[in-house]
Structures are given as structure tokens and as C-alpha cells.
Ligand binder design. Structure first.
Ligand SMILES: CC(C)(COP(=O)(O)OP(=O)(O)OC[C@H]1O[C@@H](n2cnc3c(N)ncnc32)[C@H](O)[C@@H]1OP(=O)(O)O)[C@@H](O)C(=O)NCCC(=O)NCCS
Length: 157
């Protein structure tokens, strides 16, 4: 396990977020990141980052919490390839859970590619359950599994 420093991300962190995206098989779109973080009045989207506890404090991963109607939605969760399986995503999810509760959400929802067994294993461990399948949801035609969890998230061992 690696214990990072968890903090909110701002426009200053955009280059670091893009570096993580470039080093991942999956990314949150650059134009959305720039628009979200440059628009300071947007309080509907929260970016949370995990930073290494070294002098340079590089960003190791990030999560994006959004809202769809009255539901809290995990829009993105990505960890640097070199720092995976160290519970960084798990710790980011706990921070997302705290933040979502602060925003008065009762449940957290997400969509994940059916083939993304790593993420599905992580979410299941963090008390998310499968709700339904959205057929052909992604641009490549892949199905999305919709999962949700009651807040606060808990770690199922
Ligand atoms: C999915 C992802 C965020 C996981 O990040 P991580 O920091 O490595 O996850 P954690 O270390 O917190 O993993 C916690 C648990 O999730 C499960 N898990 C995580 N990665 C896994 C993998 N590759 N295979 C199987 N189980 C996995 C395990 O149960 C793990 O616990 P363990 O290591 O004690 O077995 C990371 O692999 C990633 O960035 N993937 C690319 C982006 C992505 O797919 N995001 C999700 C989009 S919906």
C-alpha cells in the first residue's frame, strides 16, 4: 500500500492530469478537463488527486466526481501505470465518497466497460453493485455496466 496525499485539483494540475492520461490505456478527455478546471464557477464537478509524498509531489492518480440530476457520478478514475495495485484508487474512492456525502449525495453511480475486469474488481471491493447493462454505450460499441453504491463507500474484504 502507498499512502499518497489526497487533495483537490485545480487548473494548475492540468499538465499533470494530461501526463497521467498519456500513460494510461484510458483517459478523461482533455477538452473536458480544461473546461472543468478553467471554469472556476463550476461547482458541479470535483477533481481529486493523489500526490506522491516527495519534494516534487507528482500526481499519481485522479478521480472526477460529477452529478447527473440528483445522483453523484464517478466520471473518471485513473492511476499512473507505475503505481497500480498500491491501493491508490481505493484511497481516491474513499475521498470521493467523503466529498459526495458532503454534497448530500446518498448514492454514487458509475459506468464501466464490460471488459474492464480490473476496475470492476475494484468497484465490487468498494461495495458497488451491478445495476444494469447499457448496451453499446461506448463509442467502440462496447457495453457499459452501470454500478452504484450507498454512501459512505466501504471496503468489502
Ligand atoms: C482500475 C484502476 C483505477 C485501479 O487502480 P489501482 O490503484 O491499481 O487500484 P487499487 O490498488 O486500489 O486496487 C484495489 C483492488 O482492486 C482490484 N484490482 C485493481 N486492479 C486490478 C487488476 N489489474 N486485476 C484484478 N483486480 C484488480 C483488486 O481487488 C485490488 O486489491 P488487491 O491489489 O489487494 O488485490 C487502474 O487499474 C487504472 O487506472 N486503470 C485504467 C483506467 C481505468 O480503467 N479506470 C476505470 C474506469 S471506469
Amino acid at each position: 500500500m502507498y499512502v499518497p496525499e489526497i487533495d483537490f485539483l485545480t487548473a494548475e494540475d492540468i499538465p499533470a492530469i494530461l501526463r497521467i492520461n498519456a500513460n494510461s490505456e484510458m483517459s478523461w478527455p482533455e477538452e473536458i478537463i480544461k473546461s472543468d478546471l478553467n471554469n472556476k464557477s463550476n461547482n458541479e464537478i470535483t477533481y481529486i488527486g493523489a500526490f506522491a509524498l516527495t519534494t516534487e509531489a507528482p500526481l499519481l492518480g485522479y478521480a472526477v466526481l460529477g452529478r447527473e440530476k440528483r445522483l453523484g457520478v464517478l466520471m473518471a478514475l485513473i492511476v499512473d501505470k507505475n503505481f497500480r495495485r498500491m491501493k491508490i484508487a481505493s484511497q481516491l474512492l474513499i475521498a470521493v465518497s467523503d466529498c459526495a456525502m458532503y454534497l448530500n449525495f446518498k448514492r454514487l453511480m458509475l459506468r464501466v466497460k464490460k471488459s474492464n475486469s480490473a476496475a470492476i474488481a475494484l468497484y465490487s471491493q468498494m461495495s458497488f453493485v451491478r445495476e444494469k447493462v447499457r448496451q453499446g454505450y461506448y463509442s467502440n460499441g462496447e457495453d457499459a455496466i452501470v454500478m452504484s453504491a450507498k454512501l459512505p463507500l466501504t471496503l468489502k474484504l
